[in-house]
Structure formats: structure tokens, C-alpha cells
Design a binder for this molecule. Structure first.
Ligand code: IMP
Length: 171
């Protein structure tokens, strides 16, 4: 078993998500927001973020796959589509992390073709140094250096998603 070190503690995560929720609530005052969680990594961020948003929300999820172990395959595959149409809706894509940017640019293009009223991105983490395509989050929790992180929804080979903190493997 590799040793694990806390990188972003739970308390800091929760404080930052409260700020993001307040910002989204202010930006969408008087409107309904459709939060689209990108499975599986965003499930914990989605659960905490949606509870910090005070405007009406509808939740949906989309499934993508691009990683095997710690390596991106460079190809994004859809494993689950949305349950409902997003035409004329105010959509916020909820991502665990923007790494190469391939997933997000794929989803932004896909969703833009479906005629939403607006389309924004909330990303829990951002690793800008790893970008292969230029794409940015509108609401970003933490910008981090080039480290492979686990916990708080993020996995290494489908493990560690349940950790309350964002962690790194050491040794
Ligand atoms: P992309 O490279 O920006 O397309 O990111 C695709 C997906 O890879 C993210 O949504 C994460 O699920 C996963 N990913 C990227 N970096 C990490 C990491 O450091 N730890 C765990 N998963 C990651």
C-alpha cells in the first residue's frame, strides 16, 4: 500500500466550496441552474457544491472516460449521456479537475450544440500546466501544480474516491 499525504484538507475544501456556491448563487439570481456532474470524479464536489447554492437547481450527470491508471488515453468517450435536454437552460458543468482539458473541451462542444441559454464550468481543481487544449473553468476551487491527486472523488485506478481530503501518494 502506498503512503498517502493530505494535500488539501477537508476544512479548506469546504470553506472554498461555500465561496463558490455563494458566487454561483449571486450570478444566477432569479434563475434556475442545471448542474451537470461529470462522472465519476465530480460526485463529491457536486454533492457539496449543490448544497451551497441557494437558487433553484436541477441535477444531471454525464459519464466520460479518458484515463487508465494515471495516464490519459487522449481520447474522450461518453459512457452516459444526460437524462434530460438542456435546450434554453442555464448549464454549469461540474468537473473534478481540468487536466489536459480534453474532457472539458469535448463536453463544451457537445453541450453548445444542444442550445443551452448559457454554459459555464465549475471545476474543483485546475492543473493549468498540463493543458493540451485551451479551456478554462469559470468557477475554480483550487489551482494546483502538476501532481497526481486522489481523494474527494478523484481516483487512482478506481480507488481512494471516498477520502475526505485531497491527497497525494508518496513513496
Ligand atoms: P482531462 O485530462 O482534463 O480531460 O481530465 C480528465 C479526467 O482525468 C478528469 O476529469 C479526472 O477524472 C482525471 N484526472 C486528471 N488528473 C487527475 C489526477 O491528478 N487525479 C485523478 N484523476 C485525474
Amino acid at each position: 500500500m502506498p503512503a498517502i499525504e493530505v494535500f488539501i484538507p477537508e476544512s479548506q475544501i469546504q470553506a472554498r466550496i461555500a465561496e463558490l456556491g455563494a458566487q454561483i448563487s449571486a450570478d444566477y439570481a432569479g434563475q434556475t441552474v442545471v448542474l451537470v456532474g461529470v462522472l465519476k470524479g465530480s460526485f463529491m464536489f457536486m454533492a457539496d457544491l449543490c448544497r451551497q447554492i441557494t437558487v433553484p437547481v436541477r441535477l444531471d450527470f454525464i459519464g466520460t472516460k479518458s484515463y487508465e491508471g494515471t495516464t490519459t488515453t487522449g481520447q474522450v468517450q461518453l459512457t452516459k449521456d444526460l437524462d434530460r435536454a438542456i435546450e434554453d437552460e442555464h448549464v454549469v458543468i461540474v468537473e473534478d479537475i481540468i487536466d489536459t482539458g480534453l474532457t472539458l473541451s469535448y463536453l463544451k462542444l457537445l453541450f453548445a450544440q444542444r442550445g443551452p441559454a448559457s454554459l459555464k464550468v465549475a471545476a474543483f481543481l485546475d492543473k493549468p500546466s498540463r493543458r493540451r487544449v485551451q479551456v478554462e473553468g469559470d468557477y475554480v476551487g483550487f489551482t494546483i501544480e502538476d501532481k497526481f491527486v486522489i481523494g474527494y472523488g478523484l481516483d487512482y485506478d478506481q480507488r481512494y474516491r471516498n477520502l475526505k481530503d485531497v491527497c497525494v501518494m508518496v513513496g
